[in-house]
Design a protein around this ligand. Sequence first.
Ligand code: NDP
Ligand code: MG
Length: 383
Amino acid sequence: MDGVKKKISILGATGSIGTQAAEVLSKVNKNFEIKALCGGDNIEKLRQEIKQLNPSVVCTKTAENAKILQAEFKNIEVLYGDEGLEAVASDKDNDMILVAVSGKIGLKPTLKAIENGIDIALANKETLVMAGDIVMKKAKECGISLLPVDSEHSAIHQCIKNIKEVEKLIITASGGPFRTKTIEEMHHATVEQTLAHPKWHMGKKITIDSATLMNKGLEVIEAHHLFNMPYEKIEVVVHPQSIVHSAVEYKDGSVIAQLGFPSMHIPIQYALCYPERVEGIESKGFDFIKAARLDFEKPDLEKFPALKLAYEAGKAGGTYPVCLNAANEEAVFAFLDGKISLGKIYEITKRMIDEHNNISNPSIDEIFEEDRKIREKTRLLFS
Ligand code: NDP
Ligand code: MG
C-alpha cells in the first residue's frame, strides 16, 4: 500500500454503486481517506458505512435524519439536503468525488466539484444525458479528470489509447430479462419480472431501463459526450453473457475489448484508483474456460424502440435528451407505482419527445426548467 492518501467523498453512498464502492474502499490495496459519505433516506445503511469507513462529514436527505445521526456521531459534521451535497462536492480538500446518486440530483454537485478542481468518478449517467456539453466543456476548462464508472464506458476508457485513432465504439448490452420474450409478453410484464435482471443487480430505475434498453440508449448519449464521438460511430451489440463489457475498433481494423465476469467492483475500483491498477475484490477472478461462450446479436429495435428514440434524441441535441430522460424517468416511476404497463413507458416518452419544443445550446438553468416542465407535463398523463 503506498503512503499518499487519496481523499474521496461518495454521493449516493447507500445505493447499489455506493455500497459496492464502500466494499472496494474497504478491501483495495491503496490508501484512501474517506472525507464524506452522503446518503438519501436509508440511514441504517449510512450508519453501517460510517462505522466501516470513518468519514469526517456525513450528509443525509432530510434535516430529521441529520439530527438523529448527529446525536449518535458527535465528532462528525452532519449536513443534509441538496445544499449538503453541494457543500460536500465543493470541498477542495477532496481529490475525487464519486457521484453515485440516481437521477437529476447528480448534476449540480458534479458541476460544483468540477468548478472546484476536483476529479470525478461518474456513475450518474443522467448528468451527461442532461448536460453533457456543459459538463465536458467545464471539465476541460478546469483541467479535471472525469472517469466513467458505468461498466461499458469504463471498458471503453480502458481500451482507448489515442481517441484520434478510433474508428468506432462498440457498446455491449445484455439484452435484459425480455431478450427472448415476445413483444406482447414484455409489454404486460409485472414489476417483479422486469426487476429480475439476468446479469446485474442494480437500483430499480436503471434495472427497468435495462429491460426496455432505454439504459443502453442513455449510455449511447453518455458515450457520445465522454469520448466526443459522433452517434454514427457508436454501435450497440447485444451480448447476453455480459463478459465483453464494450470494445473499441481502431482505424486499422483492430478491435480491443475489455472482459470480465459481470461485477461493478472492477469499474468502480478502476475509476477510484486511476491511473493505478492495484489488487482488489475481484483480483485473480477471471477464467476463460468458465466464460466459455460469447454470443453477439443485433438489438431488436421493434421490440426495444427506446434505443432508437435515444439515438434520435441524442442526435437532435439541445434539450431533446433532457426531455427523453425526464419523460422516461417519470414513466418508469409510474410503472413501479403500478399506474401504467411496461409498454406504456416508451409510448409516453415518445409522445413527450414528439411534442417537445427544443432549445438548442441550453444553459444549466434552462435545462433544469425544461426538466421540471417536462416532468410536470408527463405526470399529468397518469393523474
Ligand atoms: P440506487 O437507487 O441503488 O442508489 C441511489 C443513491 O442515491 C442512494 O444512495 C440514494 O439514497 C441516493 N439518493 C437518491 N435520491 C437522493 C436525494 N434526493 N438526496 C440524496 N441522495 C439521494 O441507484 P444505483 O446505485 O443503481 O445508481 C446510481 C447511479 O449510477 C444512477 O445514475 C445509475 O444510472 C448509475 N449506474 C448504476 C449502475 C449499477 O450497477 N447500479 C451501473 C451503471 C450506472 P438512499 O438509498 O439512502 O435513499
Ligand atoms: Mg452500464
